[in-house]
Design a protein around this ligand. Structure first.
Ligand SMILES: Nc1ncnc2c1ncn2[C@@H]1O[C@H](COP(=O)(O)OP(=O)(O)OP(=O)(O)O)[C@@H](O)[C@H]1O
Ligand SMILES: [Mg+2]
Length: 375
């Protein structure tokens, strides 16, 4: 049996491990928190820091392959492990490009991949020189996730919000829709794409509100989304699963926002909505099996289950029987003991024939399921 390690023990790792149970693979997880979502689903749990060279190197030595569920891992250790014969998904060279938003934006520019125009800033004073570039979005080069590390700067009055660290200042796009495209690449370079999805955001939390699959876009836009995503991903020269986040603006331009070289939150619905889920697909890639079928079984909506405002502490999941009573609703709780306002505690997938029903169901579920603290 192949020995495969996962760096990071969050919900993505958890769902990856749920799929691993179907295959001849021995799983290992490296993560600091012994009670993380993945801890109880792997064969071997190692406590350690995924950002530290020694922890990652020691963990990876002797494994056949390593996958990541988050980008903030020690890529030097992965490089050394790769040299010593461990297969790493994605290749460390690809991870290096994506991990740093400055390197990622330069990559798009070099390859002529459409992406919003940008300048690099290294200090807040430098940002002030780019007043003519506003309105813009300031993005920390490293360490941001889930919208933290992203700051909208509309006018000169807001320049004080700029990050005091190396960042990208990107032109504000007049977004009509946010699209995500998941691409799978096997070890021989064989490629398959999932149907693109469309995302609707919560303005306040800057977190995904709900997501629809497939995206409601014209064939022409879909073709451009696919072509741009393929171009962006192929240049990384790595096998694995890749998620490309794109913007469609009001003039029908398509831009790459960013990429993730791993299973991604925009692919959670593929567990029930598509024949081969993104998690199943990554195991096929790692284990050297044929790629799976990405076609959808039914259209799907995905709702994040977030901690209720004002509730901090042991999580209590309310409304699950009522939610599950509705047709084609599937619940995924991530096994996080403590809830916090806005924390991603799980998600629900809804399958249905048409977009209107899916949107109505998504709104209904958000009212029905509440994650509070125990009384
Ligand atoms: N150039 C832009 N113009 C307009 N809106 C933007 C731009 N860049 C980012 N945004 C908005 O901010 C959100 C978060 O940006 P981005 O995806 O770059 O950051 P992130 O921290 O990696 O987020 P996540 O981890 O949630 O994907 C985007 O989904 C989009 O809604
Ligand atoms: Mg993003």
């Amino acid at each position: 049996m192949l020995k495969v390690g996962i760096l990071g023990g969050g919900q993505l790792g958890r769902m990856l491990l749920q799929s691993a149970a179907n295959y001849p693979v021995e799983t290992f997880v490296l993560e600091n928190d012994e009670n993380c979502p993945s801890a109880h689903l792997c064969h071997h749990f190692t406590r350690g820091d995924i950002r530290k060279f020694d922890d990652v190197y020691r963990f990876g030595k002797g494994l056949d392959a390593i996958a990541i569920e988050i980008e903030s891992v020690n890529e030097q250790a992965l490089e050394k492990l790769e040299e010593e014969g461990v297969a790493v998904y994605p290749r460390p060279a690809a991870l290096r490009i994506i991990k740093n938003k400055i390197a990622q934006k330069e990559y798009y520019r070099e390859r002529n991949i459409p992406s919003p125009d940008f300048v690099i800033t290294r200090s807040p004073d430098e940002v002030k020189q780019y007043a003519s570039f506003l309105p813009a979005v300031h993005k920390l080069a490293e360490g941001g996730y889930d919208g933290r590390g992203v700051q909208v700067i509309r006018s000169e009055k807001e320049l004080s919000k700029a990050f005091p660290a190396p960042s990208v200042l990107e032109k504000m796009v007049d977004i009509y829709k946010e699209i995500a495209q998941i691409v799978a690449i096997d070890q021989q370079g064989g490629i398959t794409l999932y149907p693109p999805v469309e995302m609707v955001f919560d303005q306040e939390l800057n977190l995904l509100d709900y997501q629809l699959s497939p995206a409601d876009i014209t064939d022409d836009i879909k073709a451009r989304v696919e072509a741009i995503s393929l171009d962006a991903v192929k240049g990384l020269q790595s096998a694995g699963i890749f998620a490309v986040e794109l913007f469609l603006d009001r003039k029908q331009n398509v831009y790459v926002n960013e990429m993730a070289p791993r299973v991604h939150n925009s692919g959670h619905h593929t567990i029930e909505g598509n024949y081969s889920s993104q998690f199943d697909m990554l195991w096929r890639i790692i284990l050297g099996y044929p790629l799976g079928n990405t076609a959808e079984i039914l259209p799907a909506a995905l709702v994040n289950l977030l901690g209720e405002p004002g509730h901090n502490g042991d999580a209590d999941y309310q409304g699950l029987p009522e939610a599950l009573q509705r047709g084609n609703v599937f619940i995924h709780l991530y096994g996080k003991r403590q809830t916090k306002p806005g924390r991603k505690m799980g998600h629900a997938t809804i399958l249905g024939e048409n977009k209107e029903t899916l949107i109505n169901e998504a709104h209904a579920l958000k009212q029905i399921i509440k994650i509070r603290t125990k009384k």
